[in-house]
Design a protein around this ligand. Sequence first.
Ligand code: RUG
Length: 793
Amino acid sequence: MFYSKEEFKENFSMRLEQQEQPVTLQTAYSILAGMVREFVKRDWNETNHFYQNEQRKQLYYFSIEFLIGRMLGQNLMNLTIYELVNEGLGELGYDLAELEEQEPEPGLGNGGLGRLAACFMDSLASLQMPGHGCGIRYRGGLFSQVLKDGFQTEHPTDWINDSAGWDIRREDLATYIPFFGEVQPEHGQRFKASLTNAEWVKAVPYDMPIVGAYGKTVNTLRLWQAELPEQHLLPKADVETYKQHVVAISDRLYPDDSTEEGKILRLKQQYFLCSASLQTILKNRDFPVSALPKHVAIQINDTHPALAIPELMRLLLDGEGLSWEEAWGITTHTISYTNHTILEEAMEKWDSSMLEQLLPRIYMIIQEIDRRFKEKCHQENLDSEAKKKLSIIEDGIVKMATLAVVGSYKVNGVAKLHTEILKMREMKELNEHFPHKFHNKTNGITHRRWLMKANPELSSLITSVIGNEWTKDPVKLHQLNEFVQDPVFLGDFKSVKQQKKNQLTEYLEKNQTIKIDPESIFDMHIKRFHGYKRQLMNIFHIQMLYNRIKEDSAYRPYPRTFFFGGKAAKSYRFAKQVIKLINTVAEKINNDPVASKHLHIVFVEDYNVSRAEKMFPAADISEQISTASKEASGTGNMKFMMNGAITLGTFDGANIEIVEQIGDDNAFIFGVTAQQVMQFEEEKTYHAREIIEKDREIGQLISELLSGKLSKGLENIDFIRSQIIDENDPYFVLKDLQHYARTHNRVLAVYEDTLAWQEMSAVNIAQSGIFSSDRTIQQYSDEVWDLEKIYSR
Ligand code: RUG
């Protein structure tokens, strides 16, 4: 333990001296992380004892992803010892920032959904609320992305072997999960049954401390690891193959599900997470099971953990011997569900036969849930289409979103528009059946990581003018409104932004050997690669700018650097071709002596949480250009806003609420609206070909693309071609392209008026507090979970 700089230095030096090998930066990092772990231990134990003694209601957030990012710096900051350690290390000849870089990146998530779960963990602990995460301890997280000739290649990561060592193995809490087997109904015993000849997997939890702001509350992120069970639970033959199957469960995040085997593995992961977490919650309770909803809330993050519903039923029916009605009452008052998408492809569906084979008892329970629900619906006067929509099992397919809605007491979307679309379209029949179930909880981001930690320079500037109350109550950032026209404040803000741009430039020069002009406009499009996120529209526009520069010697626009960052799913061919196209265009433009003075493209390789922390603060423009109606919320938009970047985007997801906060004048909005998109989709009245034929500039662009001129070096653009031409441009790229281009021109015009630009940035920061995940978590707590804060500690 250390409470002063001197104590810290003494303790750190002593540990350095105990090293037998020469001290590398990696060892210095491990020593420091170990000290922080010890520092946290007391508060962690106290928090746990408090929860036990006071019997406070606990929230468990079930999520297949927790994209937590590096923990060292965040933990030091939340413990309020960042400066102390920074100075202490400096005096011992170490650089804290350099040690932070040694921490392996835990890529335990794909993108928005996983990062949201991580922000929620931080907010729960910081608001001193009893809320914990339940996830999987994947050995390898998301692949690392390496560009080869402009193509994305994927490389496995091994987070555990390089482990930062924040988590603690809890053998005492190990539990066992049954797969396959035969159901033996206990006749005459209500709906009770048991399972014989199951294949057992041992689930061992690893607990990671989640340190809240000021360190008092330390909650737990529990990550489950799959292991071979003890001898008596092993099969008689072929233990080696059995072991491989077991270990695979926590080996990889999102294993490839293009094969039957891959699908089974994903289903196994989902059940493994749900069963292990629920068994532990029930086993360690000290209240009657009927009181579960009073003591426990379970939030399922998307449908990946929706098997929690039948699994809780199984444990209550078969384990606790409750009647169906009792078990159903408890389950549907304990579990609530968040939906994150309306994209058909992302709505999970499982083959009944697969579910029945892998989880026979669970399938039986789902069938009974479906039967009873259908019976209820039959009493209503519904047409056959509505009945179909309300069925959980249909034509041999189990629809997980329907199961999740039926088995939850609350269902939410993640931004106002998204929730409305769910209620009015995607889940219209379910909403009519359960009129009070649906609600909105607009996403948020933790301002501690995305402003205070990522941008200490801006944080200090803000504090210097409005004091530091905003760090505890980020809505108080609105006090900055008084300074948004103050030239001194705006000048200081400009310097901070420049400093962050310089830092990013240096970082990328060092790590990716890219030369960047830090004085240029930093325009950033950083997120997963997906058709609806429209990176294709961005690169098409850049190519149009290039064509104009070539054709018109008077057109010499203000220098801009266009940053792209993000990964495409391994099997998503279209998105991977877009990555290659961007790099192909980049090579041409960056090497063109004239165009490169005005346009520069940077593809940041292996975009992850740590890189994101360096990028958001340096951005001038935030590209949020999804096809309206398709992006459920977005959270990058909020990170940019909080760091003073200005949104260039469509009226989609949370962009709409951002504009509600700042007013139309402080963002650049363009494109067709969600209403229009949905109308085009319904009436099939959009024809991309007409645009190609009528618009000279777009026609030229598409013919360059198809002739291979634009895509030189890219042998194959089949997927891009077929999306735009054969599939009639389903994401309305061509429809919005010219409006997007004109909006870019407006952006440039304002940017050149420095004061006007700085004022817009400042308004964005001042109004961003509402997008802190502290606000989101408070709303969930008030309206869904009913948690109490730990004020008495
Ligand atoms: O695409 C959505 C984002 O719009 C949203 O902000 C984020 C968090 O709610 O979740 C993303 N998402 C959706 N990630 N996975 C899915 C579908 O499973």
